[in-house]
Design a protein around this ligand. Structure first.
Ligand SMILES: [Mg+2]
Length: 321
C-alpha cells in the first residue's frame, strides 16, 4: 500500500489535494474539537473550504446529540453549516428503522439505550420508542419483582421490535436487563412461533470504544453498553454509524455524492478512515488531533490506512494563508 502523504507545511501538495475533491465528509469529535474546546483555526478552515466551493458535510458517530443540537454547537463555535449538512449516527439509525426495516405496527416500537439525541431523531421519523431518557429507567438496583417481570415478560412492552443502543450516560443494570429481555424475546407470548423467536432486532448507533473529551478519553458507546449486551446475547448489533456502509449509502443518497470526488476526514482509523476506504471514496485524510497516531496505521494489522494526513485540520489553510 502506498504511504500516506503528509500535507502539513506543503502548500503545493495541499492545493493539489483540495483540487481533487468537491465534497468533504468531516468527523467532529477529535477533528473539530475535543469536548467544548475547538481547535485553533477550525472555523477559518471550514470557511476556506466553503469559499473554494467545497461542500462540507459533518458526519459524526456521537449519538448523544440530534442534528439540531449539533447545528447549535457548530454555530456557537463559529463553524458555518446548515442542519441539512449534518449526518449523525442517531439519524442514520432512525432512517434505517423507518425506511429499511419498515416494521409493521404494532410491533414497531424501539427500546432505546441512549440519550436525547436518539429520541429526537426517532421522533423526526415518526418512530415510537420507550426507555431512553425516561426517568423510570434510571433506577438503581433490582428488586425481586423487577427480575420476575422481565423474566415472564409481564413488565415488558409487547410492541417492542428493536433494541437501539448508543452512548448512554445513565446506563445501569435495570436498563440493561430490560434490553436483554427484549433481545431474548421474553416479551412475546408465543415466542417459539414468532419471527426470529420473538427476539427484538439488535441495532447500535455506533460501536466506538472511546469518546474523546477534554483532551482525554472516556468510555464510548461500544464499551459502555453494547459490549455488555453482545456478551449477554452472543450477538453483535448492526451498527449504523461509521464504518457501516449502510451509513455511507444513506449519506450518498441524501447528498448525491460523486464518491470519487469525495474525501473523508477523521481522527479514527477503524471508523472514519475505514468508512472512506470501504466506501471507495476518492480519498481519506487523517488528522492527529484525536484518537489515532501515525504509528497506528504503520502497524501491519492497521484497520485502514489514510491516503493523506495532517497534524491538524487547520493545516489545510497552508496553501492560502
Ligand atoms: Mg472522531
Amino acid at each position: 500500500m502506498a504511504a500516506s502523504k503528509y500535507l502539513t507545511g506543503d502548500p503545493s501538495a495541499i492545493d493539489a489535494f483540495l483540487d481533487k475533491f468537491d465534497t468533504f465528509l468531516i468527523d467532529c469529535d477529535g477533528v473539530l474539537w475535543s469536548g467544548d474546546h475547538v481547535f485553533d483555526g477550525i472555523p477559518e478552515t471550514i470557511k476556506l473550504l466553503q469559499s473554494k466551493g467545497k461542500r462540507t458535510v459533518f458526519v459524526t458517530n456521537n449519538s448523544t446529540k440530534s442534528r439540531k443540537e449539533y447545528f447549535a454547537k457548530l454555530s456557537s463555535k463559529g463553524i458555518p453549516c446548515q442542519v441539512e449538512d449534518i449526518f449523525g449516527s442517531s439519524y442514520s439509525a432512525a432512517i434505517y428503522i423507518s425506511r429499511i426495516l419498515k416494521l409493521e405496527p404494532p410491533r414497531n416500537k424501539v427500546f432505546v439505550l441512549g440519550e436525547a439525541g436518539i429520541e429526537a431523531e426517532l421522533e423526526s421519523e415518526g418512530i415510537p420508542y420507550i426507555g431512553g431518557t425516561d426517568p423510570a429507567y434510571r433506577k438503581l438496583g433490582m428488586e425481586p419483582a423487577d427480575f420476575a417481570g422481565i423474566a415472564d415478560g409481564s413488565s415488558l412492552d409487547p410492541d417492542v421490535g428493536v433494541v437501539l443502543a448508543g452512548l448512554d450516560f445513565h446506563v445501569n443494570y435495570y436498563k440493561l436487563a430490560h434490553a436483554h429481555g427484549y433481545l431474548r424475546g421474553n416479551h412475546i407470548k408465543d415466542a417459539k412461533n414468532a419471527k426470529n423467536g420473538g427476539k427484538a432486532v439488535f441495532l447500535a448507533t455506533n460501536i466506538d470504544s472511546t469518546l474523546p473529551m477534554y483532551h482525554s478519553f472516556f468510555p464510548g458507546a461500544g464499551s459502555a453498553s453494547i459490549v455488555a449486551l453482545s456478551n449477554m446475547t452472543g450477538d453483535q448489533p448492526l451498527a449504523l454509524g461509521k464504518p457501516s456502509q449502510a451509513m455511507m449509502d444513506a449519506v450518498e443518497g441524501k447528498f448525491h455524492l460523486d464518491r470519487t470526488r469525495t474525501c473523508m476526514i477523521g481522527d479514527r482509523l477503524n471508523t472514519d478512515i475505514q468508512f472512506g476506504v470501504e466506501g471507495h471514496l476518492g480519498g481519506t485524510l487523517a488528522v492527529l488531533t484525536g484518537v489515532n497516531k501515525k504509528e497506528d496505521w504503520e502497524r501491519t494489522d492497521a484497520p485502514a490506512v489514510p491516503a493523506y494526513y495532517v497534524d491538524g485540520l487547520a493545516d489545510l489553510r497552508g496553501a492560502s494563508n
